[in-house]
Design a protein around this ligand. Structure first.
Ligand SMILES: Nc1nc2c(ncn2[C@@H]2O[C@H](COP(=O)(O)OP(=O)(O)OP(=O)(O)O)[C@@H](O)[C@H]2O)c(=O)[nH]1
Length: 902
C-alpha cells in the first residue's frame, strides 16, 4: 500500500499544470497542519519521555527499597510436557521462570492485545477469561499473527550467560546468582536505558534538520538553493565544478551575524571555537569556494532570512533547516556524497536533476543506493522551462524514477517536482510550481524529521515500555503468587499460633498440677508404706508383706542371743525393703507423671515440632543418694541416709549401731511391766527414773509410764545384765546386779516377801523363757527397732542435742522425742521421695515448656514473617499493576500518527 503524505489530493503522478495555483493554496494549508501536528507530536513524545523516565526511576527506587524486582525468563512451552493443544485464536503461551529461582514455574499467556504490549498473565486466569469471553462472543476473531509479541526483552535484556560456554555448568552458575545480584544487574540496565532516554530527549528537543542538496554536475543545484533562499548566495557556474559542501544555516544560530566559516582541515567544527574555522563574508563566498575547489571543503554559511516563518525554509518556526549544497556528482565526488547522505543527521536528500539530461550514470548509482537508505527521496527536475515536450520529459523522468526509487515514484506527486529554479530568483515573477515544491519540501522535511527524529524515540520508548510491561506483569505474578503463599501460610500457621496461645495457660496449669499431684502421691504413698512397715515391725512382723526376707526360726533357748540378733537384722532389712518399695512406688508414680507430660506434649505441641527425646530411666532415680552413700558416712548426717543407701549394703540392716543386740531385745521390761502392772505409778527414784526413761525411750512411742514395783526391781536387776559387746555377760553388769539384789535383801521390809516373790518369778521366768520368749522376741526386737530407727532419724536430724549411752538416748524429753521421731522418719523419707519425684517431673515439664515456648516463638515468627510478606506482596502486586496502567497511558502518548492525517 502506497504511503500518502497528502491523501486528500490523490491525483495521478502526472499533474495538470492548470491546477497548480489552486493546488499551491491547498498545500500551503496542509503544510501548516503538518507543522502543527509535528509540534503536537513532539510535545507528546517529550511528555512520554519524561513519564517513561519517571516510571523507570520509580522501578529502580522500588527495586532498591521495597521489592527485589525479579527478572523473568519466558520459554516456549515444551509440547511434550503440555499435551493440551492451544485453542484457536488463543494467545501464545510461555513458561515463566526466573533466573535466580529455577524452581518457580508458571504457565503464562503473553497478551498481544495492544500491539507491542507484552503483559503476561497466568494461563489459568487467562483460561477463565477466555471462557467468559467465548460465552459472551462466540465469534471471537483470531488474533492477528503480527501482533504476537516476542517473549524476549528488547532493551532490558540481561546477558546472564557466564562466558561463552553453554554447558550445564554455566547454566547452574547462572542459577546461583542471587536475586539481589540479578536485581542489581537490572538496575544497571535501567540506569543505562535512562541515560539513553536523556539523549533521545535531546534529539527530540533538537529542532535542527539537515537537507542535503545533491545532483548531477551543472544540474542547477546552487541555483536551486539560491531560489529556496530567494537570494543569490551560492556561486553559480563555477568552473571547474565546485567540490565544496556549503551548509547554509539561519544567521540566528550565529548570533544573527551573516558569516562564512571555513572549517580547518582535521578540526571538529565548533561555532564557539574560532580556532576550528576561518571566518569570511557572504560576499566573498564565491572566492572562498573557488580557492578551495581542489579540496572537499566544509563551509558553513550563516544567512539572515528576512522572510516570514511561513515562507522561509530556514527560519520556519518549527525546525531549523540547514541546506547543504553538495558538489555535483562525478566519479570523484560520488562516494563522498553517498557517505554524506547516509549520515544520520541528514533528514532529507534533495536530488536535483536537469530536465535536459535526465539521470546520468553517477546519478543513477547514487539514487539507487540512497533509495535503499532513505526509501523516499525528494527529486527536483530542474530547467523544466527549457523543455519543449514537457509531458514526454515528465513521463520519461518518472519512468526512470520508478526504476531507481519505487517508493519515491509511488509518491511522485509530492516528491517529484518539475521546476525552473532560475526564474524563482527573479523578483515579481510568479512561479507556482516552485512555490508548490517549497511547500512540499517543508512538509517532507517535517515528516521525514518526525520519522528520523521522533520515530526512533517512539520506537525506543515502545520497546522499553514493553519491557517494563513484561517486567511488571511478571513481578505482579510473583507478588500475587507470594501473596497467595503468604495467605496460605497464614491460614495454616495462624490457627496453630492461636491454639498455642490459647493452650499456654492450660498447659501450664496441667504441668503444675501433674507435678503437684505426682509429687504428693509419691509422698503419701511413701508415708503409707513406711508407717505401715514400722507398725508391722513393731508387731514383730516384717515391714512389708511378701518380702523375700525371712524371719529366722527360733533355734532354742541356747541360741536365743543369735536369734534376737537375726530377728533384728531381718526386721531392719524389711524396713530397708519398705523404703525401697516406697522408692519403687515413686518410680512408678514418676513414670506415670512423665507419661502424662508426654501426653500433654502430644496434645499441645504442634505437628512437626520435635518431641522430647529424653528417656525416663526409673532406675536412675535416687541414684544420687547411692552415689553419695558410697563415700561411707558422708551423708550420715543427712535425713536420707537410711533409704538412700538401700541396695548398696549400707542400709539400716548394715548399720552396726542398729545391729547391736541388747538384753532389752529379749525382755522388753517396760512392755512386760505394762502388761502385768497396768496401774503402777512412777517411782521418784532418780536412778530408776533415769533408767526407766531410758528404757521407755528405747520403746519410743509406747506412751506408757513405768512403775517401781517388785517386778520393776527385778527388771532393774536384770537390766543390769545388759550384754555389752555381743554375747558375753558383762562382769561389771553382773556385779552391779548382785549388789542391787544384796541391797534388796538387806532391807527388812523386803525380806518378808522377797523369797516368795523370787520363787514365783523364777517359775514365771522359766515358763516365760520356754514358752513365750520365742514369740515375744520378734515383737520386742520390732518395737526396739522401730524406736531405734525413729530415734536414729531424730539423731541424724539434730545430732547436737542428742546424747547416747550404749545405744540409749538419755537427754531428750520423752514426749517431744516420740512425736518428733515418728514424723521425722516418715516425713523425711516422704520428703526425699517427693523431692526426687518432683525433680524428674519438673525436668520433663521444663523440657516440654521449653519446646512449647520455642514452638510458640517459632510460630509467632512464622506468622509475623508471613504477615510481613503478605503486606509487601500485596502492595507490590498493586504497585506493579499500577505500573502496567501507567505504561498503557504513556503508550497512548507515543503512538505516532502520520503527520498528514491530522
Ligand atoms: N534555464 C534555466 N537555467 C538554469 C536553471 N537552473 C540553473 N540554470 C543554469 O544552469 C547553470 C548551472 O547552474 P548551477 O546552479 O551552477 O549548477 P550546479 O549544479 O550548481 O553546478 P555544479 O555545482 O558545478 O555542479 C547556470 O548557468 C544556471 O543559470 C533553470 O531552472 N533554468
Amino acid at each position: 500500500m502506497a504511503q500518502s503524505y497528502f491523501p486528500s489530493s490523490a491525483l495521478s503522478p502526472v499533474k495538470d499544470m492548470h491546477s497548480d495555483l489552486a493546488m499551491h493554496a491547498d498545500r500551503q494549508l496542509k503544510v501548516e497542519d503538518v507543522q502543527e501536528a509535528f509540534i503536537h507530536q513532539k510535545d507528546r513524545l517529550l511528555a512520554a519521555v519524561d513519564s517513561t523516565k519517571t516510571v523507570l526511576d520509580d522501578i529502580r527506587e522500588f527495586n532498591k527499597n521495597e521489592w527485589v524486582v525479579r527478572y523473568p525468563q519466558l520459554r516456549e512451552q515444551d509440547n511434550g510436557a503440555t499435551p493440551a493443544p492451544p485453542k484457536r485464536g488463543s494467545m501464545p503461551r510461555r513458561s515463566l521462570s526466573f533466573a535466580d529461582d529455577p524452581s518457580f514455574e508458571a504457565d503464562v499467556v503473553v497478551s498481544p492485545k495492544h500491539g507491542m504490549l507484552r503483559r503476561i498473565t497466568l494461563a489459568s486466569i487467562q483460561d477463565a477469561q477466555d471462557e467468559e469471553e467465548e460465552s459472551s462472543s462466540p465469534t471471537k476473531p483470531a488474533d492477528d499473527e503480527r501482533l504476537i509479541p516476542s517473549a524476549e526483552f528488547n532493551v532490558l535484556k540481561l546477558d546472564l550467560k557466564l562466558g561463552s560456554h553453554s554447558s550445564s555448568t554455566a547454566a547452574s552458575l547462572v542459577h546461583q546468582l542471587e536475586k539481589s545480584s540479578i536485581a542489581n544487574l537490572l538496575d544497571d540496565r535501567i540506569a543505562a536505558s535512562m541515560s539513553h532516554i536523556d539523549k533521545l530527549r535531546l534529539r527530540v528537543e533538537d529542532t535542527s534538520s539537515k537537507v542535503l542538496v545533491t545532483g548531477d554536475l551543472n544540474a542547477g543545484k546552487s541555483t536551486f538553493v539560491n531560489a529556496l533562499l530567494r537570494r543569490e548566495v551560492m556561486p553559480v557556474d563555477q568552473q571547474p565544478c565546485t567540490t565544496a559542501f556549503c551548509e547554509v544555516h539561519d544567521a540566528a544560530e550565529n548570533e544573527g551575524k551573516e558569516e562564512v566559516h571555513v572549517l580547518k582541515e582535521g578540526a571538529t567544527y565548533n561555532i564557539r571555537d574560532e580556532s576550528t574555522y576561518t571566518k569570511g563574508s557572504i560576499a566573498d563566498l564565491e572566492g572562498i569556494v573557488a580557492d578551495n575547489e581542489a579540496l572537499q571543503q566544509m563551509i558553513k554559511v550563516y544567512l539572515a532570512d528576512t522572510r516570514a516563518p511561513s515562507e522561509s525554509l530556514l527560519n520556519n518556526g518549527v525546525v531549523d533547516i540547514s541546506l547543504i549544497d553538495a558538489p555535483g556528482l562525478n566519479r570523484d565526488s560520488l562516494k563522498t556524497t553517498a557517505v554524506f547522505a547516509r549520515q544520520e543527521e541528514i533528514d532529507v536528500v534533495v536530488f536535483v536533476v536537469s530536465a535536459e539530461n535526465h539521470f546520468t550514470l553517477s546519478a543513477k548509482e547514487f539514487l539507487w543506493n540512497a533509495s535503499n537508505e532513505k526509501a523516499y527521496l525528494f527529486i527536483v527536475v530542474n530547467k523544466y522551462d527549457q523543455i519543449k515536450n514537457k509531458d514526454k520529459c515528465r513521463r520519461l523522468v518518472l519512468e526512470q524514477i520508478k526504476q531507481l526509487s519505487p517508493k519515491t515514484y509511488e509518491d511522485a506527486e509530492d516528491l517529484v517536482h518539475f521546476v525552473d529554479s532560475a526564474t524563482a530568483l527573479q523578483p515579481y515573477t510568479a512561479n507556482p510550481a516552485f512555490d508548490d515544491l517549497e511547500s512540499a519540501l517543508r512538509s517532507f522535511v517535517l515528516i521525514k524529521r518526525s520519522k528520523s527524529k521522533l520515530q526512533p524515540v517512539s520506537t525506543y520508548l515502545h520497546n522499553i515500555l514493553s519491557d517494563v510491561e513484561l517486567l511488571s506483569s511478571a513481578n505482579s505474578i510473583v507478588a500475587s503468587t507470594e501473596l497467595a503463599k503468604a495467605r496460605d501460610d497464614l491460614a495454616h500457621s495462624r490457627p496453630i499460633l492461636e491454639k498455642l496461645k490459647g493452650s499456654r495457660d492450660t498447659l501450664e496449669e496441667s504441668l503444675e498440677s501433674t507435678e503437684e499431684d505426682q509429687t504428693s502421691l509419691a509422698s503419701s504413698k511413701a508415708k503409707t508404706i513406711l508407717i505401715d512397715a514400722l507398725d508391722r515391725v513393731a508387731q514383730g512382723h516384717l515391714g512389708i508383706p511378701n518380702s523375700p526376707i525371712q524371719l529366722p526360726s527360733y533355734p532354742g533357748l541356747l541360741s536365743i542371743w543369735n536369734y534376737a540378733r537375726d530377728v533384728r537384722k531381718a526386721l531392719l532389712a524389711s524396713i530397708d525393703a519398705a523404703i525401697k518399695l516406697a522408692e519403687d512406688e515413686a518410680r512408678l508414680i514418676t513414670s506415670t507423671g512423665v507419661d502424662k507430660i508426654k501426653a500433654l506434649g502430644e496434645a499441645h505441641l504442634p505437628e512437626g515440632v520435635e518431641r522430647s527425646r529424653r528417656v525416663f530411666v526409673p532406675e536412675a532415680m535416687f541414684s544420687a543418694y547411692r552415689r553419695g552413700a558410697k563415700g561411707a558416712n558422708k551423708r550420715r548426717n543427712g535425713t536420707v541416709v537410711a533409704g538412700g543407701t538401700q541396695g548398696l549394703g549400707i542400709g539400716l540392716a548394715s548399720r552396726p549401731e542398729l545391729l547391736e543386740t541388747t538384753f532389752f531385745d529379749l525382755f522388753d521390761v517396760n512392755h512386760q511391766f505394762v502388761v502385768y502392772f497396768p496401774n503402777s505409778k512412777h517411782s521418784s527414784s532418780s536412778t530408776s527414773s533415769l533408767l526407766t526413761y531410758g528404757a521407755d525411750d528405747i520403746d519410743g512411742d509406747e506412751g506408757e509410764g513405768p512403775s517401781p514395783t517388785a517386778l520393776s526391781f527385778l527388771s532393774l536387776g536384770l537390766g543390769a545384765l545388759t550384754m555389752v559387746g555381743g554375747q558375753a555377760i558383762g562382769a561389771r553388769g553382773l556385779i552391779e546386779g548382785i549388789l542391787r539384789l544384796g541391797d534388796l535383801f538387806s532391807n527388812e521390809a523386803s525380806r518378808k516377801w522377797v523369797a516368795p516373790v523370787l520363787g514365783v518369778t523364777t517359775i514365771g521366768l522359766g515358763v516365760y523363757l520356754v514358752f513365750e520368749l520365742p514369740t515375744t522376741i520378734p515383737r520386742t526386737v520390732g518395737r526396739r527397732v522401730r524406736s531405734q530407727v525413729l530415734r536414729l532419724h531424730r539423731q541424724q536430724s539434730s545430732p547436737a542435742t542428742a546424747t547416747y549411752v550404749g545405744g540409749v538416748q538419755l537427754s531428750h524429753s520423752r514426749s517431744s522425742s516420740a512425736k518428733y521421731s515418728t514424723q521425722g522418719f516418715v516425713e523425711g523419707h516422704a520428703e526425699r521421695v517427693a523431692k526426687e519425684t518432683r525433680k524428674v517431673i519438673r525436668l520433663a515439664s521444663w523440657d516440654l515448656r521449653e519446646r512449647f515456648r520455642c514452638a510458640l516463638e517459632e510460630r509467632q515468627k512464622e506468622v509475623s514473617g508471613s504477615e510481613e510478606m503478605e503486606k509487601r506482596a500485596e502492595s507490590a502486586a498493586k504497585w506493579f499493576e499500577s505500573v502496567g496502567g501507567r505504561v498503557e497511558v504513556i503508550r497512548g502518548e507515543i503512538q505516532l500518527e502520520e503527520l498528514v492525517q491530522v
